[in-house]
Design a protein around this ligand. Structure first.
Ligand SMILES: Cc1cc2nc3c(=O)[nH]c(=O)nc-3n(C[C@H](O)[C@H](O)[C@H](O)COP(=O)(O)OP(=O)(O)OC[C@H]3O[C@@H](n4cnc5c(N)ncnc54)[C@H](O)[C@@H]3O)c2cc1C
Length: 569
């Protein structure tokens, strides 16, 4: 059995920032199914928010209000306050670690506008911000190699829980297929989001809900899974993100008639309204037959920005347009459509990174979560652009501090190595042995298709019920599949099947919680209940697995400074 003081699953911004904190005093393992710098954080383009005030006067108070309003008043305001206050400090820390930010002419960290933020507050490295931060953090971890061991291309299967305490994880080495138990005083999940359950998504292949489902499988609830963010600018049919930074720099959205249709939907903020509003506006235009050339897309127009500005500020996304659609945004409009982008919900945590097991905030000993897989909840019903990298860094660090406090002076808990290993080996064996006629690829495609069409930008009761029934049917089919690669070495087919199992489970939780929330708020829009309903739904959803099936309980929203108000832009 492998032993470490703490095991952190995930090597994106949240996991690596957490590791840097914890390794000050503890022996840390970071486990990741992809090489650290391939974590989805590296794909982040537009920026990271902080009220530095380098372009215009700004304050944490304004950042706080924008975040809460952007989240449609479902954010826990105590957590938001701490997080926006920490933002300027963490940006300077990242800079001192070696992260290269773009500059103003007088040498300060440059800041651009982003949707829903009333001030230009996105710090950025051209349009490769996540890449720059991820590499800076990775370098720092390598500098601390004595106290941090990175398990590259290892897969976490399950959590080890004894009573109310978490004692480790069961993992396997993807290269060899060997299953191992890692015993730890504390476990941190930083496993990212689950956008891959949707057909059109900006998310990396690794964003498959493994962490959230492993937590759910040991009896913990998930919080707010119905809130999924659709980003307005996914490349048409590909879903690949074309950063909001383009609109931050001044790009227009045009419908098939060449009109800047955001005038109708958000006249004061136009293209820079929050993402949920812009994505719905686009989908409404498409549904009304005003898409471009009769297709399910609208146009993003950057041409007036000019070659120089595009090459300086948006070089990567220009290249994406050329590589994936054969279109150069310097000379032509880019066809785009809403793309599943970010999961507001996840493993419920308090603002210190401790995972909680119920609506009253009861902590689970030795289990922490941070980043996109966690629901703190600072983003409420809808996350503002650039607030997620910030969340990953702030709460990654916070979870690291909590781990230091928790693990000091505590002994290892009980782990029955043989029993824990046997459970995972059986799961492997089941998949190897299955000799059914169903195709996992077809099941995956059907799941993605139904989630997009029935649980996407617009939802209603009828569609959601069909979606749930379809998903249950797919779960049955899943038991009758067959893998063709029966080998052990680098058997990526097996891992894709395990991920698919997690995604089917996650999809069902999203759709079930979406059916229960009979209102429209943030990223969750019900055409049969188009208004926000604070009287009945100003609460977080906590979804539990019980012997009687899935049960949703209410968790109060923490409101400190800002009473819910109508959300107009
Ligand atoms: C294209 C794109 C652009 C974005 N742009 C921005 C932006 O400009 N600004 C902003 O604020 N936000 C942006 N976001 C959102 C932001 O990037 C993410 O929310 C954030 O980076 C998530 O970080 P994380 O550390 O939580 O997870 P990730 O970076 O997703 O890392 C997850 C880690 O978990 C590991 N993992 C998962 N499952 C397992 C398993 N079973 N076993 C072992 N390891 C596992 C993975 O290997 C990976 O290392 C963007 C997102 C996308 C998709």
């Amino acid at each position: 059995m492998i032993q470490h003081d703490v095991v952190i699953v995930g090597a994106g911004l949240a996991g690596m920032r957490c590791a840097l904190e914890a390794c000050r005093e503890l022996d840390v393992a970071v486990l990741t199914k992809v090489y650290p710098s391939r974590s989805h954080s590296g794909a982040a383009q537009g920026g990271i928010a902080a009220s530095l005030g380098n372009s215009e006067p700004d304050s944490w108070e304004e950042h706080m209000y924008d975040t809460i309003k952007g989240g449609d008043f479902l954010s826990d305001q105590d957590a938001v306050e701490e997080y926006v206050k920490a933002a300027p400090r963490v940006i300077y820390e990242l800079e001192h670690m070696g992260c290269i930010f773009s500059r103003t002419p007088d040498g300060k960290i440059a800041q651009r506008s982003f949707g829903g933020h009333s001030k230009p507050r996105a710090c950025f490295s051209a349009d490769r911000t996540g890449h720059a931060i991820l590499h800076a953090l990775h370098e720092q971890l390598m500098k601390n190699a004595k106290s941090v061991k990175i398990y590259n291309e290892w897969y976490m299967h399950s959590l080890i829980v004894d009573g109310d305490r978490c004692n480790g994880v069961v993992v396997s080495n993807i290269q060899t297929g060997e299953v191992e138990v890692i015993q730890a005083k504390a476990v941190v999940f930083a496993t990212g989001g689950y956008g891959r359950v949707f057909k059109i998504t900006s998310n990396a292949f690794a964003s498959t809900a493994d962490g959230v489902m492993a937590a759910f499988e040991v009896g913990l609830p998930l919080e707010d899974p119905e809130f999924v963010q659709f980003h307005p600018s996914g490349l048409y049919r590909q879903g690949i993100l074309f950063s909001e930074a383009a609109r931050g720099e001044g790009a227009y959205l045009l419908n098939g008639n060449g009109e800047r249709f955001m005038e109708t939907y958000a006249p004061s903020r136009m293209e820079l309204a929050p993402r949920d509003i812009v994505a719905r506006a686009e989908q409404s235009e498409i549904d009304a037959g005003r898409g471009v050339d009769g297709e399910n897309c609208i146009n993003l127009d950057l041409r007036h920005l000019g070659k120089e500005r595009i090459m300086e500020r948006l070089p990567q996304i220009r290249q994406l347009g050329i590589d994936f659609l054969g279109i150069d945004c310097i000379t032509d409009c880019l066809p785009i459509q809403p793309t599943a982008h970010y999961s507001m919900g996840g493993i419920p945590t308090d603002k210190f990174g401790h995972v909680i097991s119920d609506e009253n905030g009861t902590r689970v000993n030795g289990f922490f979560a941070a980043g996109e897989c966690a629901c703190v909840s600072v983003h409420g019903g809808n996350r503002l652009g650039t607030n997620s990298l910030l969340e990953a860094v702030v709460f990654g660090e916070r979870a690291g501090k909590s781990v230091l406090e928790y693990a000091a002076g505590i002994d290892y808990g009980n782990v029955n190595e043989g029993q824990e290993k046997a459970k995972v080996l059986k799961k492997f064996e089941d998949v190897y042995q299955r000799d059914g006629s169903e195709s996992y690829n077809d099941i995956r495609d059907e799941m993605k298709e139904i989630m997009m069409s029935h649980c996407g930008v617009f939802r209603d009761e009828e569609k959601l019920k069909v979606c749930i029934e379809t998903l249950k049917g797919l779960q049955e089919k899943f038991k009758k599949g067959k893998v063709t690669d029966k080998g052990k070495l680098f058997n990526t087919e097996i891992y894709e099947v395990l991920e698919l199992g997690n995604m089917l489970g996650m999809a069902l939780l999203i759709a079930t919680a979406a059916l229960e929330r009979k209102e429209s708020r943030g990223g969750h829009f019900r055409t049969d209940f188009p208004k926000r309903d604070d009287a009945n739904f100003l609460h977080h959803s906590m979804i539990f697995d019980t012997p009687d099936g899935l049960v949703i309980k209410k968790k109060s929203v923490v409101i400190t400074k800002h009473q819910p108000a109508e959300r107009t832009y």
